[in-house]
Design a binder for this molecule. Structure first.
Ligand code: AMP
Length: 421
């Protein structure tokens, strides 16, 4: 019979790897909480209109990458392809703005996009991200970028990543700029790729981040968005630059950075890895002052970022995790079926006072259980054979220095407690 395999673009996180995931997750939890961000967990599927209304009908995600199906009652449902929309939905639904004028939230979870799988690009992948609602001042942008920087720094990645920053202006600035860009590109329309020709109609800004050298050449003399900034847009960027410089967070202004989603305004940024190949975006984000309103809430400014966890783990230094091996402290070897209930009880009690204890459900010989204990790197063994059962005792063995001792079963907890003092 054929064995069933995981689907294309999805993968299993096996025990050896899940250690690294937990380590990364603990860095995320720690840094976010330190900065006043609280965790939010939203459902994995939502109504399709949530994403089409927020991310934008014309984006790659909505137009071709979503896993969407009709539920039995006909409602169109979608596996979430990103998390900002869900967080905004939840923010509005639960009136979170009433609880405090600034809401700081973070999330970790799986996302689904039907992309062509390649290195660094899966169909089920994981992101963590943060969102801050309520403030439109540039110090909020600086805080968000600083959290991103702090997490990447804790992962050891800031030396090999560049922070690209841009301001894509407020809506009015972007509308004027889009017309100017279209006017400039019109004579070159036939030289543009089919994708860019499509974007010319739907979202010409997206042509700016083209990977095609020919198109980059054409864009060299294109008008710049900075020429269309309002005094407020300009001021916002200047202050943000000043704050980032003050915090010693290096960045580059990149006027070609526009990001793929429709809902961004003013600040957009991306951390790009110098080590990863084509898929080098580690973390991206931006300000979305119109999004809460688009989704039916009160006008509320917001800004956030999302980072791909698989990509971070691909380049995180392996040594960072080497001390994280989960070795049991005690291997409980029971050699007589009559003693199983004692072994189970003592093991449970030892775990309750904090020890990692392994028992052997295969009822193997002493030799194979000791071999297994050594293979796992266990420090101590407890051995329960016929004579120990009769004497209400258990043999203790230090597997590193070979010391052996008989201890009373009633004394095991105190014995180990003293041992680690
Ligand atoms: P986005 O939500 O498209 O702005 O992506 C934010 C981050 O998520 C990117 O910088 C990547 O690190 C990661 N990412 C996006 N799409 C994928 C994917 N298909 N597979 C793995 N990581 C992804």
């Amino acid at each position: 019979m054929n064995i069933i395999r995981s689907l294309k673009g999805t993968h299993d996180i096996l025990p050896e790897e899940s250690n690294k995931w937990r380590k990364l997750e603990s860095i995320i939890h720690e840094v976010c909480l330190q900065n006043g961000y609280n965790e939010i967990r939203t459902p994995i599927f939502e109504e399709t209109s949530l994403f089409s209304r927020s991310v934008g009908e014309e984006t790659d995600i909505v137009s071709k990458e979503m896993y969407t199906w009709a539920d039995k009652d006909g409602t169109s449902l979608t596996l979430r392809p990103e998390l900002t929309a869900s967080v905004v939905r939840s923010f509005i639904q639960h009136n979170l703005s009433n609880q405090s004028p600034i809401q700081r939230l973070y999330y970790i979870g799986p996302l689904f996009r039907r992309e062509r799988p390649q290195k660094g690009r899966q169909r089920q992948f994981h992101q963590f991200g943060i969102e801050a609602f309520g403030a439109d001042n540039p110090e909020q942008d600086a805080e968000i970028i600083a959290v991103a920087w702090q997490i990447l720094n804790r992962c050891g990645l800031t030396n090999d990543a560049d922070l690209n920053l841009n301001n894509i202006g407020s809506l009015e600035c972007r509308t004027n700029y889009k017309s100017a860009l279209k006017e400039y590109l019109l004579p070159y329309l036939n030289d543009l790729s089919e994708v860019s020709q499509g974007r010319f109609k739907s979202n010409p800004l997206r042509i700016l981040d083209t990977k095609s050298e020919k198109e980059q050449e054409i864009l060299k003399s294109a008008p710049l968005i900075s020429d269309y900034y309002s005094p407020e847009d300009k001021n916002h960027l200047e202050q943000l630059e000043e704050f980032l410089n003050g915090m010693n967070i290096p960045f580059k202004i990149n006027e070609k950075l526009v990001r793929g989603l429709d809902y961004y305004s003013r600040t957009v940024f991306e951390f790009n890895s110098r080590i990863l190949g084509a898929q080098d975006a580690l973390l991206g984000g931006g300000r979305y002052d119109g999004l809460v309103k688009i989704l039916g809430g009160k006008q509320t400014p917001g800004i956030g970022f999302a980072a791909g966890m698989e990509r971070l783990l691909m380049i995180m230094n392996k040594e960072r995790f080497s001390s994280e091996k989960l070795m049991p402290d005690i291997y409980f070897i029971c050699l007589d079926q009559k003693g199983i209930h004692i072994a189970l009880r003592i093991s449970k009690d030892l775990r309750e006072i904090g020890f990692k204890v392994i028992t052997d459900p295969l009822r193997r010989s002493m030799k194979s259980q000791l071999r297994e204990a050594n293979k796992l790197g266990t420090r101590f063994a407890l051995i329960l054979g016929e004579s120990e059962i009769q004497e209400n005792s258990v043999s203790f063995k230090d597997l590193v220095n070979g010391t052996q001792k008989l201890i009373l079963q009633s004394n095991v907890l105190k014995f180990f407690d003293d041992l680690i003092k």
